[in-house]
Design a protein around this ligand. Structure first.
Ligand code: XCC
Ligand code: SF4
Length: 639
């Protein structure tokens, strides 16, 4: 049952403590008035199991589940004899495998789409960015001179298919890894072969009675995570750019105020851009626009949420209504005429909330059905069959709106759409005698370092709040911030994505922002677009003056409000690529154990990056800045 019972009413948290987003707070209040329960309330009701939270519980076989005591972690072992380190390492590795599988399967779907566009089996999409096609092909040593896009694409498909299917050797995009980083991986034996093999081996090794040394389990977790960052995710990003266009800066409005009372409002929420791309075509169809007008609407208003929203916002300037923690809340406006979803981060709770407001919730992907939702399968070969149907459902809901509408007014406008190519063009490009401008600005200290702030929002912590505090503290200290996913949306809602936000930056970063006309934070897109940060980091190494591996760079990463296994995979591929990466909210580990020491120190001693954890965003910033300063010192640029 979704309607709350009376006994819950007393203990409810003030909406202002649930979220830093005024729109979402307004909708939490309305939901409670309407008797509708959201994830914020369920989070209060659902106390996490403390043993599970510490990852001290194993249920990998049916002699268990075995629960160890986090306060005295070495006192007990599981029925099979597994120690706390084995149990935590296996749990962590399985989270990496699941997150990597999600990105890899998404990337594979994009690659299959690309294949069928190239061989002429799919006619509704085309190669939009031939320049990008050529540059990706060149980066993989595919001959491009004097060849047709068709021939280059055929070779590129064959090459990238190895990302998934190869059983031995090195993945194609390993060619982009800086020399020093690659040497370390080769020495450690963690260069990813093929994503399917790495994920399969990870699942095998974490089965009862296989790999029972936390160091060896972590070694395969490194390889699996790298197969995501430099494999599945990177393929998803690069192929999506080739098919749909590489993002470049665009001004766009973010937050629930992008809904329009007098229009048919359609929200697309999920991760794969093809559904959304076809929606753009459907909502422009003169027949459907006319149908909307006949139903009394001014037109059709298409907006995005979560990651496919972030991608479409970056590529096409499509308005974005909010991040993960706002997806149920926005339905409470009563103004959403249809929400259509594909894969990942789609709360099952949406079905009940949608029902309360008579909003059709439409699932579209064969991999992701939800009980109580309408399923209209999206087929790449006939995409409009699904997307037209979504529009028709939305128009009919508009006509039959029964609920009063309350749309929060907030919209913040900012600049989005910074692909790694654009970052390089803006801050790199031509060499001025010495190093490229980004490197030059880092060397001369105007920019102290670069931070990637990424990841989800999580109802276990005040929505957006840690993102905002962390980013403000970083830019105040002259750290340039790159953003993706729900973090990017949190920062956009706070108004920090506009060039005017440069006044929050320290004097050095402010000067750079004012010269270039850019905001102090650069939004790069969705979760898979974290691969853009890897490419940007590789470019920084290639442009010289900052060492020969990613681990040498004055950079750091953070996911202050993460919640998904994908975030663990992303965090771990940054760590394995050489980046100090700090997470917030919670960390699935018992402190003062060997496995903890490996993640938080040992990996760095092997030449990789390392994990960090802090609940307090200002402390988190302090740790990241200290790391950046340490790297500057090692590079001899700490004047
Ligand atoms: Fe999901 Fe990608 Fe996390 Fe947002 S940030 S909650 S994973 S939508 Ni990528
Ligand atoms: Fe218990 Fe070992 Fe089975 Fe895990 S694998 S549930 S520790 S017996």
């Amino acid at each position: 049952m979704n309607k709350k019972d009376d006994k819950n009413t007393k203990t409810m948290m003030d909406p202002k403590d649930c979220t830093a987003c005024d729109s979402t707070a307004q909708m939490i209040t309305k939901a409670r008035k309407d008797g509708v329960v959201l994830a914020f309330d369920r989070a209060e009701d659902m106390k996490p199991c403390p043993i599970g939270a510490d990852s001290a519980c194993c249920k990998n076989c049916f002699m268990g589940p075995c629960r160890l005591n986090a306060r005295d972690p070495y006192k007990k072992v599981g029925v099979c004899g597994a120690t706390i380190d084995t149990i935590m390492a296996r749990n962590f590795a399985r989270a990496v495998a699941s997150g990597a599988a999600a990105h890899t399967d998404h990337g594979m779907a994009m690659l299959e789409l690309f294949r069928d566009v190239v061989n002429g089996k799919i006619l509704d999409y085309e190669i939009k960015d031939s320049f990008k096609l050529h540059s990706v092909a060149k980066s993989l040593d595919i001959e491009t001179e004097g060849r047709s896009d068709q021939d280059i694409s055929t070779d590129l498909y064959k090459e990238l298919e190895r990302t998934y299917t190869q059983v031995d050797g090195e993945m194609p995009f390993v060619k982009r890894v800086p020399k020093g980083t690659l040497e370390t991986w080769r020495k450690l034996g963690i260069v990813p072969r093929g994503a399917m093999r790495e994920i399969m081996e990870m699942m095998h090794r974490t089965h009862i009675g296989v790999d029972q040394h936390y160091e060896n389990i972590t070694k395969q977790a490194n390889r699996t995570a790298l197969s995501d960052g430099w494999g599945g995710s990177m393929v998803a990003t690069e192929i999506s750019d080739i098919l749909f266009g590489t993002p470049s800066p665009v001004e766009v409005g973010v937050n629930m105020g992008v809904l329009k009372e007098k229009m048919v409002n359609i929200i697309i929420h999920g991760h794969e851009p093809n559904l959304f791309e076809s929606m753009v075509v459907s909502v422009a169809s003169p027949t459907l626009v006319q149908a909307a007008k006949d139903a009394g609407a001014d037109g059709i208003n298409l907006v995005g949420m979560c990651c496919s929203g972030a991608e479409m916002m970056s590529r096409h300037g499509i308005p974005h209504a909010g991040n993960f923690s706002s997806t149920e809340a926005i339905l409470v406006t009563g103004a959403v005429d249809t929400m259509a979803v594909d894969i990942q981060c789609i709360k099952q709770g949406l079905a009940e909330v949608a029902k309360c407001y008579n909003t059709p919730l439409i699932t579209t992907n064969t991999r992701a059905h939800i009980e109580g939702a309408v399923h209209i399968e999206f087929n790449d070969h006939l995409p409009m069959e699904c997307t037209d149907e979504i529009v028709i459902k939305a128009i009919s809901r508009f006509k039959n709106r029964v609920h009063p509408i309350e749309i929060p007014k907030e919209v913040k406008t900012g600049i989005q759409g910074f692909s790694h190519e654009y970052v390089q063009y803006m801050l790199g490009g031509t060499f001025r005698g010495g190093y490229a401008p980004l490197n030059e600005n880092i060397i001369n200290g105007r920019i102290r370092g670069v931070a990637g702030v990424v990841g989800c929002t999580n109802p276990r912590t005040k929505q957006d709040d840690s993102h905002i505090q962390l980013v403000k503290e970083l830019i105040k200290n002259d750290v340039l911030v790159l953003l993706t996913g729900c973090a990017q949306i949190a920062i956009a809602k706070a108004g920090l994505a506009s060039p005017e936000a440069a006044h929050y930056a320290g004097p050095g970063l402010r000067e750079v922002c004012e010269t270039v006309g850019m905001p102090p934070v650069l939004g790069l897109g969705s979760c898979v677009d974290n691969s853009r940060i890897l490419i940007a980091a590789s470019a920084m190494v290639a442009q010289g003056g900052l060492g020969d591996s990613i681990a040498d760079l004055p950079v750091a990463g953070a996911a202050p409000e993460y919640m998904s296994e994908k975030a663990i995979s992303i965090g771990h591929y940054f760590v394995a690529s050489g980046v100090y990466t700090v997470f917030g909210v919670t960390f699935p580990i018992v402190e003062n154990t060997k496995f903890h020491n490996l993640l938080f120190n040992g990996l760095e001693e092997q030449g990789l990056g390392k994990w960090g954890f802090d609940k307090d965003p200002i402390e988190m910033a302090r740790k990241m800045i200290a790391h950046i300063d340490k790297k500057r010192k090692e590079l001899g640029i700490d004047q």
